[in-house]
Design a protein around this ligand. Structure first.
Ligand SMILES: *[C@@H]1O[C@H](CO)[C@@H](O)[C@H](O)[C@H]1NC(C)=O
Ligand SMILES: *[C@@H]1O[C@H](CO)[C@@H](O)[C@H](O)[C@H]1NC(C)=O
Ligand SMILES: *[C@@H]1O[C@H](CO)[C@@H](O)[C@H](O)[C@H]1NC(C)=O
Ligand SMILES: *[C@@H]1O[C@H](CO)[C@@H](O)[C@H](O)[C@H]1NC(C)=O
Ligand SMILES: *[C@@H]1O[C@H](CO)[C@@H](O)[C@H](O)[C@H]1NC(C)=O
Ligand SMILES: *[C@@H]1O[C@H](CO)[C@@H](O)[C@H](O)[C@H]1NC(C)=O
Ligand SMILES: *[C@@H]1O[C@H](CO)[C@@H](O)[C@H](O)[C@H]1NC(C)=O
Ligand SMILES: *[C@@H]1O[C@H](CO)[C@@H](O)[C@H](O)[C@H]1NC(C)=O
Ligand SMILES: *[C@@H]1O[C@H](CO)[C@@H](O)[C@H](O)[C@H]1NC(C)=O
Ligand SMILES: *[C@@H]1O[C@H](CO)[C@@H](O)[C@H](O)[C@H]1NC(C)=O
Length: 873
């Protein structure tokens, strides 16, 4: 299996990603363009970032000792499948510094064994439980560390989920920027507390799979595509929606940020100087390193100048082409003066600062697995015909008690009960029928399809690189069967989705009939049942609507379980009186069946809430995936601006089927005593006080540029075919001349570092004053029902009126999950920061605090939150 996996990846990528060059560009002139911003800010200059400043001291002490080639080795991957991990940097043998291992994915250690497959980001969001968000990060961190990975390629907070069909929406925490920010930051803290570097991705505006890479979509038949899609978005939306969660993760100290495949305003995200130099490294004060998505780097010099710090997997414009854009080319770019040496120094320093920031100098990190094979002994560099052989897999069991607890707890707490007319919890007697293939095991086993690129049997995860192998998969059938035996009940089932008559007759005369339907999506590595990553529509797969209708026609207690990557259209049967309950199981991971059974049988009261809106009609959403292209460089204009998901429904007065934040329980809660007040000492000026000036720019010894001859391949190191080394060929070394004026620099190019951050910047995450607490809100919550349960108390605010500024009717600005015994109550408190109450002003490029009355809505969904208080600024 492992070997075929390796071959398939290779062949597949070769086909899809080859032939990218040599096209003449006749693309229609794009009307959105990105502003050039240079130079790339040097790291280590934020006077208030003490953790980072310590890390920079150590990083500078290390980097100052490095030769040019050693620095290059830190920045460039060794090539696809040229090392144990999906990304491997070069090494510094002279100092005993080993390769950095960068490994997928946000849901577990990919391409490994004895790892967990955690509930996905969207399931984690559905718990609305901050402690679990942190613990999941910790558990992930422990597993990556146990496998010897330096960095986890996650958490993902982009895509935001602008379109409900977006293929990778489930990898992230849903279309509410505030929720993405909290969940992303807590994940980062959990991961990095274990000593593993977290990677915030994908930066930025990567909202759909269609047309994300040119050669890939030529491979899917769009032969005329010449550029990936461009996400065109206004500056306010960019800051308030898409960059927002990155700010929280950067404030939490995230080590790395991954730039994405798409373009933004017609400039490739990995060489977009506005996004990287301005937004990320200046405004958001990011101190770690920017790594490219795999193949996301589209230029050498331009990406270096625009702020890229590490290229992965090291290959060039097409996969495994042995023609890197950096490596020796970066050395040449420095020697010929096109890339200033300080830029390379900054790349290396940023990478090492991140390494010290999470304390990796105190750890021994050696990968003990191999992504390309499960064999114990095998090829170290599987792409290379002259690869050495060694022990490549130690089969280390990375799982911990914490992992098991987190996977099971999130699987249960993420279940969202949407409808319940008495169907649930199940009575612990009588007869049950389970209908539909999604109740049972995948015929080929949990890992029967590579990267989970299929939807057969129980669906616990979407597909693509955001997955890992299942260590096991608890199906609903298995978990329910156990409860049936324990309660002396009886169970029948029919797992054939197409056998409507058979399913109906199995369901007839049963005390309850539970129908399992699915909806899947993933990364466009593969087209699954005709869906190229993005979902083609929001209907249940495998004619799920027909199955529900057939069963509901004969059983008055039909319960529908939806195993899904997001919202589905349920209008065909949602109001059917025989459908007595509907439960969403959102990408819940290896323990999905356990979670479903816990809720169905009432062992746990459901406490998950929708982290997205379920519409009555797909056309009710503000935007849809662009499935076709009308230009050789597809343009996607985000004309809905900040109004995505519930903010769009609220603004346009569209009644959703189930709103954001909604979810039922087996008990009842009452929220009362809402009060809000402005903090006494709050500085309520329109603009925050600006952060202190940058610390002085520190440069290394700039007079030092080695002679090109000294960078030629040495004779005494092993040279494996396809391995990306930093060295020059003799020919390259003979033909390099220094001229720091010769490169056609973009307009606005400068090498002069700013002395102060831009107004919204100044520290990791942005101006620290943005996190000043200006107002507080408190509320009481009581469990007025008869069983123990959890409630998510949600705080939404409305803004004062400001001329020419359109605000959402309600914006989520706080949530706390509280578990209470029947009859108990608790008080919850919320802090509202300057950032929470501000909007992005496109004229001054800064956050503005409006003055006037802010409305305070506290409740248990975005539409069941009553305006019970207000405060004036
Ligand atoms: C794209 O262009 C819009 C309109 O000019 C601008 O507001 C926004 O900041 C630009 N975004 C990027 C990433 O360049
Ligand atoms: C660069 O890394 C490779 C291994 O990835 C190593 O063989 C080589 O010696 C390193 N070069 C230098 C100059 O450290
Ligand atoms: C310097 O070298 C790089 C890498 O080979 C190349 O892309 C760039 O165009 C060169 N600069 C000039 C001015 O030729
Ligand atoms: C997880 O751990 C908590 C705290 O120790 C415990 O109360 C809970 O029962 C555990 N849950 C599971 C599913 O193991
Ligand atoms: C699994 O799903 C794929 C479609 O994605 C289908 O072609 C295949 O036959 C299914 N395999 C089994 C064993 O059901
Ligand atoms: C509900 O089930 C009953 C009993 O099987 C059936 O007679 C009735 O038609 C069903 N109602 C709907 C709306 O399907
Ligand atoms: C969904 O909306 C579209 C466009 O408004 C409309 O044509 C269609 O009939 C609607 N579908 C349903 C089932 O209401
Ligand atoms: C996007 O906006 C630009 C500028 O307004 C316009 O020229 C273009 O036609 C729009 N493209 C699409 C697909 O709406
Ligand atoms: C800078 O490097 C040059 C060349 O190696 C060396 O001669 C000089 O002493 C160095 N300067 C400092 C301040 O280290
Ligand atoms: C609110 O902020 C105060 C002071 O910064 C802090 O002690 C408290 O824990 C915060 N409360 C919440 C609910 O975050």
């Amino acid at each position: 299996m492992a070997r075929s996996l390796f071959l398939r990846v290779l062949v597949f990528c070769g086909v899809l990603l080859g032939g990218v060059r040599g096209k003449t560009t006749t693309a229609t002139t794009p009307s959105y363009t990105s502003v050039p911003v240079y130079p790339a800010p040097l790291g280590g200059r934020n006077s208030q970032d003490n953790d980072w400043l310590d890390a920079y001291d150590k990083a500078r002490a290390f980097v100052t000792e490095l030769t040019l080639l050693e620095k290059i080795n830190l920045t460039t991957g060794t090539g696809w499948e040229m090392g144990p991990c999906v990304g491997n940097t070069g090494t510094i043998p002279r100092l005993g510094f080993t390769s950095l291992c960068l490994q997928d994915s946000p849901t577990g250690v990919r391409y490994a064994d004895y790892n967990s497959l955690f509930p996905a980001g969207l399931a984690t969001a559905a718990t609305f439980n901050k402690e679990l968000m942190y613990q999941r990060g910790q558990a992930l961190g422990k597993e990556f560390l146990a496998k010897g990975a330096n960095a986890i390629l996650g958490p993902a907070v982009g895509p935001m989920g602008r379109t409900p069909e977006g293929g990778r929406n489930w990898e992230t925490f849903g279309p509410e920027p505030y929720l993405q920010g909290i969940a992303g930051a807590l994940s980062v803290l959990g991961i990095q507390d274990q000593g593993v570097m977290a990677t915030a991705k994908h930066f930025l505006l990567y909202e759909q799979e269609h047309f994300r890479q040119v050669a890939e979509f030529q491979g899917f038949g769009w032969s005329s595509i010449e550029a990936p899609y461009s996400s065109n978005v206004d500056d306010r939306t960019l800051h308030e929606v898409y960059a927002w969660p990155f700010a929280d993760m950067i404030r939490a100290g995230v080590a790395s940020v991954m730039c994405s495949y798409n373009m933004a305003n017609n400039s490739q995200a990995c060489q977009n100087s506005y996004l990287l130099n301005r937004v990320l490294k200046d405004e958001l004060g990011f101190q770690g390193f920017v790594m490219s998505d795999w193949g996301g780097q589209r230029s050498g010099v331009a990406s270096a100048l625009a702020g890229l710090d590490m290229t992965m997997p090291g290959d060039g414009l097409s996969w495994a082409d042995d023609n890197p854009l950096w490596g020796p080319q970066l050395a040449l770019s420095v020697l010929n003066g096109s890339v200033p040496i300080w830029r390379l120094d900054d790349m290396a320093t940023r990478i090492m600062a991140a390494y010290y920031k999470v304390g990796q100098d105190q750890l021994t990190i050696e990968p003990n697995f191999q992504s390309w094979s499960f064999d114990t002994y095998g090829a170290v560099y599987p792409r290379s015909y002259d690869t050495p052989y060694a022990t490549i897999n130690k089969h280390v069991n990375a799982r911990s008690a914490l992992s098991s607890n987190v996977t099971a707890t999130i699987a249960t707490e993420s279940m969202v009960l949407l409808k319940n007319n008495g169907g649930l919890p199940l009575q612990a007697y009588g007869s049950l029928a389970l209908l539909g293939s999604a109740a049972g095991p995948p015929p080929l086993g949990p890992n029967g399809c590579e990267n989970l690129e299929c939807n057969n049997g129980t669906l616990g995860m979407g597909w693509g690189s955001g997955t890992a192998n299942y260590p096991y998969l608890v199906t609903p059938l298995e978990a329910i069967n156990a409860k049936v035996r324990a309660n002396s009940m009886s169970l029948a089932y029919n797992l054939d989705d197409d056998d409507l008559d058979g399913c109906a007759s199995t369901a007839e005369n049963m005390d309850a009939a539970i129908v399992f339907i699915t909806s899947d999506s993933g990364e466009c590595l593969a087209s699954v049942e005709g869906n190229i990553g993005d979902r083609n529509d929001l209907y249940a797969w495998h004619s799920g609507d027909d199955l529900v209708k057939a069963v509901a026609a004969v059983n008055t207690n039909t319960i529908v379980v939806v195993e899904t990557v997001g919202a589905i259209d349920m209008e065909a049967w949602i109001e059917n009186e025989n459908v007595t309950a509907v439960l969403y199981a959102i990408v819940a991971g290896q323990d999905v069946g356990t979670g479903i059974a816990e809720i169905l049988f009432g062992d746990s009261s459901p406490s998950g809430k929708l982290p997205f809106t379920v519409a009555k009609n797909t056309t009710d959403y503000p935007a849809s995936v662009a499935y076709t292209m009308s230009s050789t460089s597809p343009q996607i204009n985000y004309t809905e601006g900040i109004f995505i998901d519930y903010k769009h429904f609220d603004k346009n007065d569209i009644t959703p089927r189930y709103e954001f934040g909604y979810g039922l329980s087996y008990t009842t809660f009452e929220i009362s005593d809402v009060s809000a007040e402005v903090v006494d000492s709050a500085n309520i000026s329109t603009y925050a006080d600006t952060a202190p000036a940058y610390l002085d720019a520190e440069y290394y010894n700039e007079t030092y540029l080695p002679s090109s001859n000294s960078l030629i391949y040495p004779d005494d190191i092993p040279r494996y075919e396809y391995f990306i080394y930093p060295y020059l060929t003799v020919k390259q070394a003979l033909n390099v001349y220094y001229n720091d004026n010769a490169y056609p620099y973009p307009n606005g190019y400068s090498t002069e570092q700013a002395s102060s951050p831009s107004p919204s910047g100044g520290a990791s995450g942005g101006n620290p004053a943005l996190w000043d607490v200006l107002a507080t809100v408190s509320a009481s919550v009581s469990n007025t029902g008869s069983v123990y349960g959890g409630e998510v108390v949600q705080l939404y605010i409305s803004y004062p009126t400001v001329t020419d500024i359109d605000f959402p009717i309600r914006s989520l600005r706080g949530f706390e999950k509280v578990f209470l015994d029947a009859g108990d109550s608790a008080t919850v408190g919320f802090n509202l920061t300057r950032r929470d109450l501000s909007y992005w002003d496109v004229i001054t490029s800064d956050w503005v605090l409006p003055s006037g009355e802010f409305g305070v809505y506290v409740g248990n969904s975005s539409r069941n939150a009553v305006n019970t208080a207000s405060f004036e600024l």
